[in-house]
Each structure stands twice: as C-alpha cells, then as structure tokens.
Design a protein around this ligand. Structure first.
Ligand code: ATP
Length: 248
C-alpha cells in the first residue's frame, strides 16, 4: 500500500505472562481514509494486534516486546490508551461492552470524556451520530442492557465516534449478529468512512463480509501475517476462498 499511512505497525512481537509468544512479528499499515481488514481464525491474534496498538495489553499481562507502532507519523507504543484516544485513535472492543445500566444516550455521552470543546459541540455531535444510527435515536432512552445485540454494537461504535476519532480499531463487529444486521452495521461504517473520513482497522472472522467493505486485507495465522493484498485480490485467491471464505 503506497498511500500515506495513518497507522503503521512494524514487526511487533507480543508476549503474555512473560513466556507465551502470541504475535511473532506482525507488520501492517492503514492508509489515511482506508478500511483495512485483519482476518484470521479464532485465536490467530487479531484481538491481540488491536490491543497492542491501543496499549490495552497490560490488563491481561501482555506486552509488546519487539517492534514499533506509529500513528500519524509518531511513535505511540508507550502512550496510555487515553492519550491515544485524545490523538484520535480509539478501539471498539469485541463484545461491545456498553454500560448496561445506562441509557443509549448516556452511553454515547461517555464517549466524549476526553473532549474539552464544550457541551454545545458535544450535543451537536450527538445529533450527528443519531443521523448515522437512526435506531439509536429511537432507543436513546432505553437502558443499553435491554437493547438488541445489533443496537449495542451500534452504540459501541457511536460512543467511539463521540471521541471524534480519525481512526477506529473495530474488533469483530459481526460477532453473534444476524447477517442482515451485520450488513446494516458495515454500511454505516462505510458511510462514516466516506463522510467523516474515519479510517478503520477491522478485525473479523467473517472474512466474506469484511472483504466486501475493506479495500485491503491482512490474513493472520498463529501470530503471523501469511498473506496480504487488495480486498479484490484476496476475494479471488483460491486459498483464501477455500480456507477463509467458506467456498472451494
Ligand atoms: P478471537 O477471534 O477469538 O478473539 P483472535 O484472532 O482475536 O481470536 P487473540 O484473542 O488475539 O486471537 O488470541 C491469540 C492467541 O493468544 C490465542 O492463542 C490465545 O489463546 C492467546 N491469548 C489471548 N489472550 C491471552 C492471555 N491473556 N494470556 C495468554 N494467552 C492469551
């Protein structure tokens, strides 16, 4: 990929508990304004890659032991997750993690916690989020814990958008959702990308769907990138079709 990169991961290794080597030299890049898919089976290391970028590994006794990570041309591998959010890079965790006892609207507002541009701007952005996610507008006063899985996934993405990111690391948005809802969510991702210019690194087991929306993809296997290329090329590659797209 030759376009200017917003995110560059250079040859990182990740170790859990000081001994378990999980990422064995992963490199990837996301061009400014791109949607890049990170594909691979369960356990290949997709979540670990995203958490390494957001610096969220410490809670799980993991650490980056080699390599470097750059966001907007600056080294970020020693930054706190909060500082990274302030600079515009935010992760939407696998499993959504909405606050079940808060309303959808309260959840969305928690996403603005790093901002200091005042309530009027936050209110305006909240209304803009509702334009992208009409379902969230309908459900704005419902407790998130009582909304559907799809609505919670939308809430998690909407909450991330409230931090005004230039890049979202999106972990397995399709998990546990019906294909129609997954498509609805990916369509919104495409819109956020096209209209707001947000770049996405999208970790997905659902390679079929991810490669419809991404422009480029990386395939991880046991902690290594085993193939990468434009989405169209991956979709047409016979090995990818057989092992990752469920067709042969
Ligand atoms: P999934 O889709 O299931 O999330 P993944 O591709 O995201 O899969 P990871 O969750 O990154 O994979 O896991 C990669 C490997 O690291 C797996 O073998 C997993 O067992 C191991 N692993 C993950 N977290 C830890 C941890 N906290 N301690 C030890 N090993 C871990």
């Amino acid at each position: 990929q030759n376009a200017e990169a917003v995110l560059t991961v250079n040859n990182i290794e990740v170790v859990y508990d000081h001994v378990i080597l999980v990422l064995k030299g992963v490199s990837l890049s996301v061009p400014k304004g791109g949607i890049v898919a990170l594909l691979g089976a369960n356990g290949a290391g997709k979540t670990t890659t995203l958490k390494a970028i957001s610096n969220l590994l410490h809670a799980e006794r993991g650490e980056v032991t080699k390599g470097s990570i750059e966001f907007n041309g600056e080294r970020v591998d020693r930054l706190s997750p909060n500082e990274l959010v302030r600079r515009g890079c935010i992760q939407v965790l696998e499993g959504r993690h909405c606050f079940g006892h808060l309303t959808i609207e309260e959840n969305l507002l928690t996403g603005a916690f790093t901002r200091c541009d005042g309530n009027a701007a936050i209110k305006r952005d909240l209304e803009a989020i509702y334009e992208y996610f009409p379902r969230l507008k309908q459900r704005r006063s419902s407790m998130a814990g009582y909304t559907s899985g799809g609505e919670q996934q939308m809430c998690a993405i909407g909450r991330a958008m409230m931090s005004k990111p230039s890049m979202i690391l999106l972990d397995e948005p399709s998990m546990g959702l019906a294909p129609q809802i997954v498509e609805e969510i990916f369509e919104i991702v495409r819109k956020l990308n096209a209209t707001e210019g947000v770049s996405f690194l999208l970790a997905e087991q659902n390679s079929n769907m991810a490669l419809k929306y991404a422009t480029y993809g990386y395939i991880l296997e046991t902690g290594r990138v085993v193939m990468d290329g434009p989405a169209r090329m991956l979709r047409e590659n016979e090995d990818v079709k057989e092992f990752y797209l469920g067709v042969s």
